[in-house]
Design a protein around this ligand. Structure first.
Ligand code: CP
Ligand code: NVA
Length: 303
């Protein structure tokens, strides 16, 4: 039966760790110039309803390195953009392609695609979550800290798709997670409740200092996500005090690592100094999108 990659919470720890181990293997092969054409002759359709740099480039390059082909589709230039039903688009595209990656707004859109497509669907970001980014992020931590499941992670900022994804990850991987958001910007209640029911250790607070104190990993994201651009000014005001800067970093563990999925607004949610500082693993995260997604695609799409 085909499997989709819509949310980390749909996957077991064992399966996600198997993806990490394939990632390590594929990353080594790519760095050594060893061919690894696990998806020779296969095609991935990439449907974007929002902008992207990392996701588009890493999936397209990843398919090429795996011996396959990736097709970039902006939904506005397809019949979907003119109202063709999602279920029809899913059924038709599944007859041409071996997998589809979708970046869109409502999470229900990727779910509907998955329900009607006979080939695997990969979530390339929805308003609810961003599981491929989370896999790259955790893989990156594991490269720097092999005991990555025993660390204390904190999220400082908006309770957005990335925060929700960290909560799902805390529930699958079992690490401690503290989430600091301003009042009114908390993560999705359904995601939090499900994670807690599954035994996740999650602290929700409106105090960034409480979240950062002694933490091993500090993580943030933009204060206004794609689709919220008109709220930028009000959010900048509401998020005062939630910037990751050297004062906040000083409260964390001495060897704490700093993360951001990018794109960043430098000197807004994170200072330029911290982003470029020795504790930042931000650009490693960006690189690992490529390696982790190759492993995800190979897991879902190889014979
Ligand atoms: N982090 C991330 O998904 O980046 P893009 O929006 O550039 O794809
Ligand atoms: N929260 C951000 C993540 C971008 C990768 C957004 O949805 O725009």
């Amino acid at each position: 039966m085909k499997k989709d990659f819509l949310s980390l919470s749909d996957w077991s720890l064992e399966d996600l760790e198997a993806i990490f181990s394939l990632t390590r293997d594929l990353k080594k092969k790519q760095q050594q110039g060893v061919p690894h054409h696990l998806l020779k002759g296969k095609t991935l359709a990439m449907i974007f309803e929002k902008s992207s740099t990392r996701t588009r480039v890493s999936f397209e390059v990843g398919m090429f390195q795996l011996g396959g082909h990736a097709l970039f589709l902006h939904s506005g230039n397809t019949q979907m953009g003119r109202g063709e039903p999602i279920r029809d688009s899913a059924k038709v595209m599944a007859r041409y392609c071996d997998g589809m990656m979708i970046r869109t707004f409502a999470h229900s859109i990727v779910e509907e695609f998955a329900a009607h497509s006979s080939v695997p669907i990969i979530n390339g970001l929805t308003d609810l979550n961003h599981p491929c980014q989370l896999m790259a992020d955790l893989f990156t931590v594991s490269e720097h800290r092999p005991n990555y499941r025993d660390l204390c992670y904190c999220w400082i900022g908006d309770g957005n798709n990335m925060a929700n994804s960290w909560i799902n990850a805390a529930s699958v991987f079992g690490f401690e997670l503290r989430v600091a958001t301003p009042e009114g910007y908390e993560p999705d209640t359904g995601v939090v409740d499900r994670a807690r029911q599954a035994g996740a250790r999650i602290l929700l607070t409106d105090d960034p200092r409480t979240a950062a104190a002694g933490a091993d990993i500090l993580n943030t994201d933009v204060w206004a996500s794609m689709g919220q651009e008109e709220e930028q000014l009000i959010r900048a005001k509401d998020f005062t005090g939630f910037q990751i800067n050297k004062e906040l970093l000083a409260l964390a563990a001495k060897d704490a690592l700093v993360m951001h999925c990018l794109p960043a607004h430098r000197d807004e949610e994170i200072t330029n100094e911290v982003m470029e500082g020795p504790q930042s693993i931000i650009f490693d995260e960006a690189e690992n999108r490529l390696h982790v997604q190759k492993a995800i695609m190979a897991t879902l799409m190889a014979e």
